[in-house]
Write a protein that binds this ligand. Structure first.
Ligand SMILES: Cc1ncc(COP(=O)(O)O)c(C=O)c1O
Length: 400
């Protein structure tokens, strides 16, 4: 909903420095709005200023979009994708959801929780992907919640093929007369991207209400659906914001084709110009090393700064690396003082073991609390296992 002009006007009077490029033309309805969608959370997610962090860094103003808020299972960016994916599953008459990811997958946790909410059977195939992990990795809060919401979990060893295991799982379900709907890793396909097309139009409406435009939007670029959906959505809402995708698992040359393929898919669904959307791809791979799920000094510092200045928790796998890009770009003088940055917070830390691993490296006293939380969660997990429903008729395919 667009707020009355008088609201924007009074905001301008209060804070004229907020205004430098206000969109005044009415927003047109977008094609994604006609796609089937199931409500899984409350929208819009808030946009909040990070005043203390911005001041501490001495750079432009940073705001944060709280996509880490969500109505079910601790929220996160996957809820937006699942609203479209599960609507598609229901439209196709599927009665079982199958998805996959790394052992500590946020996507798997939210798929399992959303399936529980909709009364759908859910199978998740998880691979032990992160090297040098601690016992806490196997007992992460995400794994606890997978069990708690009643998903059937199938574990795959690191050297085995995740894709083959998923196909096998879906085939077994079909043999049992069920109708599985397979969601790719991270919910990243053309339909999943629609969730972030919707987010882009939400941001456009919030900009109108706030009376300002963000010059730069920074988001994680992982399996890519969030990044590609935002690219398409910003194009459709005629945004002037520059979107920066911070990679967390790959260098630019490997991430670009992933984003391009998703842009091809979602622009086809939306019947819009793929080439124009692709021309806005802007990836930053300066923080992804040493690799997926493994923090570095800058990402740990980003966690510490957000916690200390704003009370905001970043996760060690995704958001801390994107925030590390913001911090290093500010320090390198890549933004001008009048720029307006919007950081998309895609999910809170439910997987703390990398922080534990590196706790000696940076401010050990800061991470003591998280270490204690991780071991408390391990105890809860033991209790949750007792609550878990008896295995269904599906044969166990992988060692648990
Ligand atoms: C918290 C969080 N942020 C960002 C991402 C990356 O989003 P995408 O896979 O759409 O690139 C993920 C993916 O799992 C995530 O869990």
């Amino acid at each position: 909903m667009v707020r009355p002009t008088s609201f924007s006007h009074s905001l301008c009077m209060l804070a004229p420095w907020l205004i430098f490029s206000v969109r005044r033309e009415p927003l047109e309805p977008m094609q994604h709005e006609s796609s089937p969608r199931i409500g899984l959370s409350q929208w819009p997610t808030p946009i909040e200023p990070l005043d203390r962090l911005s001041a501490a860094l001495g750079g432009p103003r940073i705001s944060i979009k709280r996509d880490d808020f969500g109505s079910i299972a601790m929220g996160g960016n996957k809820l937006r994708k699942l609203e479209y994916l599960l609507a598609d599953a229901q439209a196709k008459g599927c009665n079982v959801v199958v998805t996959s990811g790394a052992l500590q997958s946020n996507h798997a946790r939210l798929t399992a929780a959303a399936a529980a909410k909709l009364g759908l059977e859910c199978h998740i195939v998880l691979i032990d992907e992160v090297p040098d992990r601690l016992a806490a990795y196997y007992n992460s809060a995400n794994r606890l919640i997978d069990d708690l919401v009643g998903a059937e979990v199938h574990l795959v060893r690191r050297d085995d093929s995740l894709a083959e295991a998923v196909t096998h799982c879906a085939e077994q379900l079909q043999k049992l007369g069920k109708s599985p709907y397979v969601i790719p890793v991270g919910g990243s396909n053309a339909i999943g991207c629609l969730g972030y097309v919707a987010c882009a139009s939400e941001i456009a409406e919030q900009e109108r209400a706030l009376g300002k435009s963000f010059t730069h939007i920074i988001v994680v670029s992982g399996s890519g659906g969030t990044h590609a959906g935002l690219l398409a959505g910003l194009h459709l809402s005629k945004s002037t914001s520059q979107l920066i995708g911070a990679t967390i698992s790959r260098p630019v040359e490997k991430q670009r084709p992933v984003i391009e393929a998703l842009v091809d898919g979602v622009t086809k669904l939306l019947d819009t110009d793929a080439a124009a959307v692709k021309s806005a791809i802007n990836l930053d791979d300066s923080m992804y090393l040493p690799g997926y799920g493994l923090p570095n000094h800058s990402s740990l510092e980003a966690i510490a700064l957000c916690a200390r200045y704003e009370g905001i928790l970043l996760d060690p796998v995704y958001t801390s690396k994107a925030m590390a890009v913001v911090i290093s770009d500010i320090r390198a003088g890549r933004f001008s003082p009048n720029d307006e940055l919007l950081f998309i917070h895609t999910g809170a830390p439910l997987h703390c073991s990398p922080i534990k691993r590196c706790s000696a490296e940076l401010r050990p006293e800061l991470f003591g609390g998280l270490n204690r939380l991780t071991s408390r969660l391990a105890k809860h997990r033991e209790r949750a296992t007792a609550l878990r429903p008896a295995a269904g008729s599906l044969p166990t395919m992988y060692p648990k």
